[in-house]
Design a protein. Sequence first.
Length: 307
Amino acid sequence: MCDHQLQRPEAQLPCGEAKQSRTPHPASFHHRSPFCHHPLIYHPPLSTMQATTTSISPPPEIPKHHVLCEACNVAVHAENLRYHRTTRIHTENCKRAGLYCYECSKVFADKLGVRDHNNSLHATPRAPLSPPTPPNDDEPRCNVCFGVLSEEEPYDVHARTQDHMDAAKARGWWCTVCKSPFDSGNALATHTCTPPPADDVSLRTCADCGEVFVTRKQRKKHKNRGYCSVEREVRSCFCTVCNVMVPPDDVAAHREIEGHEDRAKEKGLWCQLCELTFINEAGLADHVVNNAVHLENVKIEEERKGL
């Protein structure tokens, strides 16, 4: 529609004719132009540059000690931020908004967290993995990474080494869901096509006291929160950085091993406020939630930022 058709006809007439056109004769009422509307009910057309609808509501007012989650558009208390990030709704909203890491699939509450995560962990360029070349010798070797196999090192221990996992990733014999390497493409296809196993009662039964639970998650809470009446023997901890089992008494000394701190930072197993590294995600989570020094540092950081 042309611009001159959107203007009122009265604006193009002299003053006297304009007044007469506002009060047309009753006999000519049905012969009026469709553009001769009454001035009181005339509505100019909306500009094409103005948005008539929007799917994003304005951000709410952020109270004190609260953080705005850009993915969910809600204000979350700083103490509940860790729990909010674990909810299914937040994870789905982060994936829609792009607030997650494409390499390690971690989700964040804002773009600043994604930027800091990428700058601290994924800033260094990594060379693409290439399949290893088989050597020409008669020694017993692994058919995945072509590493030398020995009787002193079992194959299940060898399969957890970084060289073996990198070779499995380069060959495509790697399950991206459970993060497990395989010996061949057929083994990977069998793993991905196999339906999940049927419910086993033994997986929902406490091995110490024999109590049966409805879900495996309830059994884990029963053991981790100390509800079990039978005290079990203290077990070693698994270091996801070095892929070895570490006794509880040697965890502090294991952190001081040369190169352990750098590898732990690459995997995100460290606290930036306290400048401490950990051997697995469970230790980091326990430190963030229960450590008194860390909670005190969080309060100091909030006061410094004026929250």
